[in-house]
Write a protein that binds this ligand. Structure first.
Ligand code: SAH
Ligand code: SF4
Ligand code: F3S
Length: 452
C-alpha cells in the first residue's frame, strides 16, 4: 500500500475551447488554474477529456451559433465515451452561458453545467455537484469581487507575456453591444492586488503584461489615479519591461493617460482605440459618447505625446440607418487617421440590445459590400505600416522558438510578430532587430548585437 500512496493521483484530462476576446483567453487560463489542484491537466484532444469546457462569446450571432454546432459534436464524443464506460462532463462558460444559460440547457441535453464569467472560482464545487448528480447546474451570478477574492493567487504563466485583468464589465451600453449584459457592471480590482499579481508574474519570467478590461481605461482604484496611475506604478517593477492595455474607450482617454504614453517607457507605443464609425449621426445612434471630431483630437493628442505611436481600431459597418454617405465618412476617417491594424465587422443584430429594434436595418448584401471596401482600405494601411518598418531597428521581445530550428519569434513594440535567426537563449530577452522584410502579418529581421 505504501507504494500506492507514492503514486500520483490519476490525472484527469481537461479540454478548453476558447472563443471571443482576450478576456476569454485569460479566463480560460484561470479556469485551468482553478482546476489544477483537483488533478486536471490540459489536453488537446477533446474526445479523451474528462471535462470539456466551451468558453463562449456572444458578441455576434455567428459567434453564438458556433457554440451550438460545437456542442453537437461534443455530444457525439460524450456518447462515444459513455459507450466505453467512461464519463465526460460538459460545461459551457463565458458570455453565451451568461446570456442564454437556461436556453443552452434546454437546447442541448449533453450540457452538464453552465457557468457565467463571474462564477469560475466555483468550478470545483459545481463539478462535484454534477458528479453527485444533484444541486445547481446553472451559475450565472454577477459577483466580480467574490471571484477575484477566491481565485488562486498563484498563476502558472507559460510564457514571457501574460494577461492581467484589472477591470471587468462595462457601463457604457453602446446600443449594439451585449457586453454590459454578459459581463455586468464595471468593477475595478484594487491596485495593490494587481501590483502583487504583476510582481509574481515577473518573478516567474514574465516580461510583458497586457492589462485587460472590457473598458480598461475606465479603471478606477482607491487613490483615484486611474489607469495612468496604475501603469506608472507597474512600470516601477524591476524586470517588467513592457506594458500594454486593452480595450479602451475613446471617451475615457484622459489627459493623464495620454501623458503617460509620452513619459512611461514601458508603455508600448501601440494603442487599440475603437472608433466604430466615422459618422456622427451613427455614433450618436450607437450611444458611443464620442464624436468624429473628439476622436480625431484624441488621436492627435496621443500622437503629440508619443510621436511613434501606432493606432488600431474596431469598425462596424451596416449599423441600422447607416447610409452610403455615413459609410463614406467612415472611409474618410480611416484615410485621415491611418490605422496600423483593425478589426471590422458587419453589424449583427443582438437580441435584447436597443439597436436590434431600430428602424433602418441594413441589407446583408449592402453590409457585405461595405465591409469589403473598408477591409481593403484597412489592409492596405496595415501593409503600408508593416512595410514602413523595413530598414528600421526595432526592439523585439522574444517569446518562443520558430518553426524552423535556429529560428526565434518575438514581438515588436507594435505587436507585429518578428521572425529572426537566433538561439532559444534569446527567449525572454529584448534585443534590437534590423527589419529586412515585411509580410501582411509578420516581419523578418536580423539580430543586432546587445540584449537586455
Ligand atoms: N470593450 C471593447 C470590446 C467590445 S467587443 C470596446 O468597447 O471596444 C469588440 C468589438 O466587437 C467592438 O469594438 C465592435 O466593433 C464589435 N461588435 C460589438 N457588438 C457588435 C455587433 N452587435 N455587431 C457587430 N460587431 C459588434
Ligand atoms: Fe460594448 Fe461599448 Fe462597452 Fe465596448 S464600450 S464593451 S462596445 S458597450
Ligand atoms: Fe465575446 Fe464576451 Fe468577449 S461577448 S468579445 S467573450 S466579453
Amino acid at each position: 500500500m505504501a507504494s500506492l500512496a507514492m503514486t500520483e493521483p490519476p490525472g484527469k484530462r481537461l479540454f478548453i475551447r476558447t472563443y471571443g476576446c482576450q478576456m476569454n483567453v485569460h479566463d480560460s487560463e484561470r479556469m485551468a488554474d482553478v482546476l489544477r489542484p483537483l488533478g486536471y491537466r490540459m489536453t488537446d484532444a477533446p474526445e479523451t477529456a474528462d471535462l470539456v469546457v466551451l468558453n463562449t462569446c456572444h458578441i455576434r450571432e455567428k459567434a453564438t451559433e458556433k457554440v451550438y454546432s460545437e456542442l453537437g459534436r461534443v455530444k457525439e464524443m460524450k456518447l462515444a465515451r459513455a459507450q466505453e464506460g467512461g464519463r465526460m462532463v460538459v460545461a459551457v462558460a463565458g458570455c453565451v452561458a451568461q446570456a442564454e444559460g437556461a436556453e443552452i440547457m434546454r437546447r442541448q441535453s449533453a450540457v452538464d453545467l453552465v457557468i457565467g464569467p463571474q462564477s469560475y472560482h466555483r468550478l470545483p464545487e459545481l463539478i462535484a455537484k454534477v458528479h453527485r448528480a444533484r444541486g445547481e447546474r446553472l451559475a450565472t451570478d454577477f459577483e466580480a469581487e467574490a471571484k477575484f477574492d477566491s481565485l488562486p493567487a498563484e498563476r502558472n504563466p507559460t510564457g514571457v507575456t501574460a494577461f492581467l485583468t484589472v477591470q471587468e464589465g462595462c457601463d457604457r451600453f453602446c446600443t449594439f453591444c451585449v457586453v454590459p449584459y454578459t459581463r455586468g457592471a464595471e468593477f475595478s480590482r484594487p491596485s495593490t492586488a494587481i501590483e502583487a499579481e504583476a510582481r509574481s508574474l515577473t518573478a516567474r519570467g514574465v516580461r510583458e503584461v497586457t492589462l485587460l478590461g472590457q473598458n480598461v481605461n475606465a479603471y478606477r482604484d482607491e487613490d483615484e489615479t486611474g489607469l495612468a496611475g496604475l501603469v506608472r506604478r507597474l512600470a516601477r517593477i524591476p524586470g517588467l519591461a513592457r506594458i500594454r492595455y486593452t480595450t479602451s474607450h475613446p471617451a475615457d482617454m484622459g489627459e493623464d493617460l495620454i501623458a503617460a504614453h509620452g513619459e512611461v517607457e514601458a508603455l508600448m507605443p501601440y494603442l487599440h482605440l475603437p472608433v466604430q464609425s466615422g459618422s456622427d449621426r451613427i455614433l450618436k445612434a450607437m450611444n458611443r459618447a464620442h464624436t468624429v471630431e473628439s476622436y480625431r483630437r484624441t488621436a492627435e493628442k496621443i500622437r503629440a505625446a508619443r510621436p511613434d505611436i501606432a493606432l488600431s481600431s474596431d469598425f462596424i459597418v451596416g449599423f441600422p440607418g447607416e447610409s452610403e454617405a455615413d459609410f463614406e465618412a467612415t472611409l474618410d476617417l480611416v484615410r485621415e487617421v491611418d490605422f496600423a491594424g483593425a478589426f471590422s465587422f458587419k453589424y449583427s443584430r443582438r437580441p435584447g440590445t436597443p439597436a436590434a429594434a431600430m428602424a433602418g436595418q441594413v441589407d446583408e448584401a449592402v453590409k457585405t459590400e461595405r465591409l469589403a471596401r473598408l477591409q481593403s482600405l484597412l489592409e492596405a494601411q496595415q501593409r503600408g505600416f508593416n512595410a514602413a518598418q523595413v530598414g528600421r531597428a526595432l526592439p523585439v521581445l522574444f517569446e518562443r522558438p520558430g518553426r524552423h530550428p535556429g529560428q526565434v519569434i518575438g514581438r515588436s513594440p507594435y505587436l507585429q510578430a518578428v521572425h529572426c535567426e537566433g538561439g532559444e537563449g534569446l527567449i525572454g530577452k529584448i534585443a534590437p532587430v534590423g527589419i529586412v522584410d515585411a509580410a501582411h502579418n509578420s516581419l523578418t529581421g536580423r539580430l543586432m548585437l546587445e540584449t537586455a
